[in-house]
Design a protein. Structure first.
Length: 243
């Protein structure tokens, strides 16, 4: 399988690239800074990675890079970049649509605020007090929904370097809704109360970069369980007596 990573030198992108190599995929890195990439991967990059150094805002370069790729993962930019972030994602998605030899399988990065809050009609990004730049993820989500691509949006909370007691932790994966348990009583909360409750529990959504990357790569094929879905991740800590 051929996979192209846009933003392959970022915290998520570099892990996607490394795990993809380990899993035996044919990886392409689309980057602005090849020296940074080579410094991160060392000999692995020369042996196992095709490197394209171009602008992600250039339609022709992106379209050509997508030729004959089986999947594309957009790990470039962040919501705080505002219009630039939205334009990067829009350009790559547009070229995924227009490149006839591209399979149509796309992953992009979102955030936990894109997920539905159980028992309510809300997503976190639309609640009062949430940073307005998070709504750039909403715009990317709406852009994807307009396409016929086989897309998925990874919606983690805060991503961290490592986790404590990994042998006691299991990854809980959900689609469309937050991966943490909520009481049905929250449906009676005001928007402000709901936002405060969610903020108080955001630490439960911390997941490692590596677990995010591996989840995406483990669900990279066309027509999988996450076809046109938002995906949430959280850890379940196994207590004594759990089966």
């Amino acid at each position: 399988m051929k996979i192209i990573i846009f933003g392959a030198t970022g915290n998520t992108g570099k892990r996607l690239l490394a795990h993809g190599i380990t899993m035996g995929y044919e990886m392409t890195a689309f980057v602005r800074n090849s020296e940074k990439l080579y410094g991160q991967l060392g000999d692995l990059s020369a042996k196992h990675v095709k490197v394209i150094v171009e602008s992600m805002m250039d339609p022709i370069s992106v379209r050509e890079a997508l030729a004959h790729q089986d999947a594309a993962i957009i790990a470039a930019g962040h919501a705080g970049q505002g219009e630039e972030f939205v334009h990067i994602v829009d350009n790559i998605i547009s070229q995924c649509e227009s490149q006839p030899s591209f399979s149509g399988r796309v992953w992009i990065m979102g955030g936990a605020g894109l997920l539905h809050i159980p028992y309510t009609n809300f997503i976190g990004n639309n609640l009062p007090g949430f940073p307005p730049e998070f709504r750039n993820h909403n715009r990317n989500f709406e852009r994807l929904r307009q396409t016929r691509l086989d897309w998925s949006i990874m919606c983690p909370g805060t991503m961290i370097e490592s986790r404590e007691n990994p042998e006691q932790v299991h990854l809980h994966v959900t689609t469309e809704t937050l991966p943490i348990q909520m009481s049905e009583t929250i449906k009676e909360y005001s928007e402000a109360e709901l936002a405060g409750h969610l903020y108080s529990r955001l630490h439960e959504l911390n997941v490692t970069y590596d677990d995010v990357a591996k989840c995406m790569l483990n669900h990279i094929n066309l027509g999988g369980a996450f076809h046109r879905k938002r995906v949430g991740l959280a850890y379940h800590i196994e207590e004594k007596g759990d089966n």
